[in-house]
Design a protein. Structure first.
Length: 255
């Protein structure tokens, strides 16, 4: 066969392979590539390169286990779903994006992995039935209004690793008791709103008993600020050098 003919045949084959690749994976509409990291599961939930990007608003599941290959929950992924009650997020997920669960009106429980580092802004806003959220031991940041209007949430514990809590993160929530294990934390304004409590209730903030030691970070400035707010009571009763994990399972230090 003539070399020019061979070159022409190879060029045609290359073009055909580009147009019709030998792959069973469909082209992802989010990243325009075809690979095994982009898929739609049996319930119609879309994953793109490890990110859960879309959960159908009208999907009538009450419980969902996020795929173990997932590393992030995308922005607005579950928002406005009125059926989901219980979500299990696997180890390996490091980010919950902005507005990820916003307006999930029946969501009551979210199981967070210890790998989680960031909870985005408005991530759980208006999850009015959310009753329990165990912030993981390696959490670093909570975005602004992340738990705003979570009326059923009563108690939360900040792990030692937490370094940032955004403006109004728990504003107008039902939180009445907070346990702060972090010694180095930057907090925005109105993280809690005691004016939203029922008449006669106080918001109780528990801190480590050694919080004003000479190694202390900027949490001391936050304490001085919130002590001036009516409706907030500050207590220094968490044992020094105790981790959240060890303290949380000890009933002697947990109400």
């Amino acid at each position: 066969m003539h070399f020019k003919t061979i070159a022409l045949v190879l060029a045609i084959c290359t073009t055909l392979m580009e147009l019709f690749p030998f792959s069973n994976a469909a082209v992802c509409k989010h990243c325009n590539t075809s690979n095994n990291e982009c898929f739609v599961d049996t319930f119609g939930i879309t994953y793109c390169n490890g990110v859960l990007v879309s959960y159908p608003e009208q999907l009538e599941l009450t419980k969902y286990y996020v795929d173990t290959r997932c590393c992030a929950i995308g922005e607005g992924a579950f928002s406005e779903n009125d059926f989901l009650q219980d979500v299990f997020i696997p180890d390996g997920v490091i980010v919950i994006g902005d507005n990820a669960f916003e307006g999930c009106s029946r969501l009551s429980t979210v199981h967070l992995p210890d790998s989680l580092l960031i909870i985005g802004s408005n991530a759980f806003t208006l999850c009015t039935l959310l009753e329990d959220i165990d912030l993981p031991l390696n959490l670093h940041s909570i975005g602004w209004q992340a738990f705003c209007d979570t009326w059923s949430l009563k108690e939360v514990a900040f792990p030692e690793t937490l370094r940032f809590v955004g403006d109004e993160a728990f504003a107008y929530s039902g939180v009445k008791e907070v346990f702060v294990h972090s010694m180095y934390i930057q907090c925005g304004y109105d993280v809690f709103t005691p004016d939203s409590l029922e008449a006669g209730d106080n918001l109780m903030l528990h801190f480590r008993e050694d919080v004003f030691s000479e190694e202390i970070g900027d949490v001391s400035a936050w304490i001085e600020e919130i002590q001036q707010v009516d409706g907030i009571t500050v207590i220094f009763d968490i044992p020094a050098n105790s981790s959240k994990e060890a303290w949380w399972i000890n009933p002697a230090f947990h109400h």
